[in-house]
Design a protein around this ligand. Structure first.
Ligand code: CDP
Length: 225
């Protein structure tokens, strides 16, 4: 049986924090596919002049290289041997990532890296993203589609960045999230949508602990050994 738990959902719905904790509880590894799209975007905007072509982005990815490395039990992206966890969360990357992620060849490359990572990790991998249950691992025995209201997601994102949550900021952030969700959900390749057999989890009023508890309980049912 494929040892993958797929967690998909819109921006800032809590996929990564849930995925990381579920993986820790189960002693599995965690892979945030969005981080790899972000690392590719970071390399692209730093090194290539627009307009970017799929071919140049992928040549750059191989040359630098952009790759996933297992640090502890987390697959983390590296660009030219440097960990980029902070830089990939910057505003300039966030603004461009959906455009890079909409390129079919880029998605094929990222998907191959994810499948390599899973093949190299026997215990199991919790993978989060937008198309994990629909495209990358359609045979994953457990698929979660995590949502939360736009307002709640905007609040979480601002708090995560250490900003004060006032009405103006909340409105701006919630608009930016909605624009990215719209881009991700309406693109022709691998749009954001729940797999037919995904378990829907609305986290608007759940604590992170409760969310994790529910996914771990489902995981223990689906992966009894
Ligand atoms: O952290 P946040 O929820 O804001 O986003 P992310 O998971 O880091 O993903 C960043 C962007 O990468 C998304 O807005 C998508 O455009 C793209 N992405 C994707 O297309 N497919 C995935 N499996 C993961 C991310």
């Amino acid at each position: 049986m494929l040892r993958v738990i797929a967690i998909d959902g819109p921006a800032a719905s809590g996929k990564s924090s849930t995925g990381a904790r579920v993986a820790r509880e189960l002693a599995w590894a965690h892979l945030d596919s969005g981080a790899l799209y972000r690392a590719l975007t970071l390399a692209t905007i730093d090194q290539l002049t627009a307009p970017w072509s799929a071919q140049r982005i992928l040549a750059l990815a191989e040359e630098l290289p952009v790759r996933l490395v297992l640090v502890g039990e987390t697959f983390q992206p590296e660009v030219a041997g440097v960990q980029v966890e902070v830089a990939i969360r910057s505003e300039r990357v966030t603004q461009q990532v959906s455009a890079v992620a909409a390129i079919p060849e880029v998605r094929r490359w990222v998907n191959a890296r994810q499948r390599d990572a899973v093949a190299a990790h026997a215990a199991g991998v919790v993978v989060d993203g937008r198309d994990i249950g629909t495209v990358v691992f359609p045979d994953a025995p457990l698929k979660i589609f995590l949502t939360a209201s736009a307002q709640e997601r905007a609040k979480r994102r601002l708090t995560q960045r250490g900003h004060r949550v006032d009405d103006a900021r909340l409105a701006r952030e919630s608009q930016a999230l909605a624009a990215r969700d719209e881009a991700d959900a309406t693109r022709p390749v691998a749009p954001l949508k729940p797999a037919d057999d995904a378990v829907a989890l609305d986290s608007t009023t759940l604590s992170l602990e409760e969310q994790v508890r529910q996914v771990v309980a489902l995981a223990r049912e689906r992966f009894p050994d």
